[in-house]
Design a protein. Structure first.
Length: 86
């Protein structure tokens, strides 16, 4: 059975907020913050937490490298339209 520290780290690093971690582990948010401070688990700032909530699938600005055949066609069409307007 994982320790409390391992549970906190796993649950918090999955992108959940302190409140969601508290609800998952059946603790109060104050108790979760206490244990996170005690175990030196770095908490996210407000802007980082909001960014994670807004983008649950990761960074929307990452360029996709492995394109499917249909995506390659669309990419080529997009480049062609861009060049035509220049």
């Amino acid at each position: 059975m994982p320790t409390l520290k391992e549970q906190l780290i796993k649950t918090y690093e999955s992108g959940k907020s302190v409140l969601e971690v508290a609800q998952t582990l059946n603790y109060s948010p104050a108790k979760v913050r206490y244990w996170m401070n005690k175990y030196s688990i770095k908490m996210r700032g407000h802007s980082e937490a909001a960014y994670l909530k807004q983008n649950p699938n990761g960074d929307p600005f990452n360029i996709k490298v492995d394109l499917s055949p249909n995506e390659k066609i669309l990419y080529g069409l997009g480049i062609g339209i861009y060049w035509e307007t220049k």
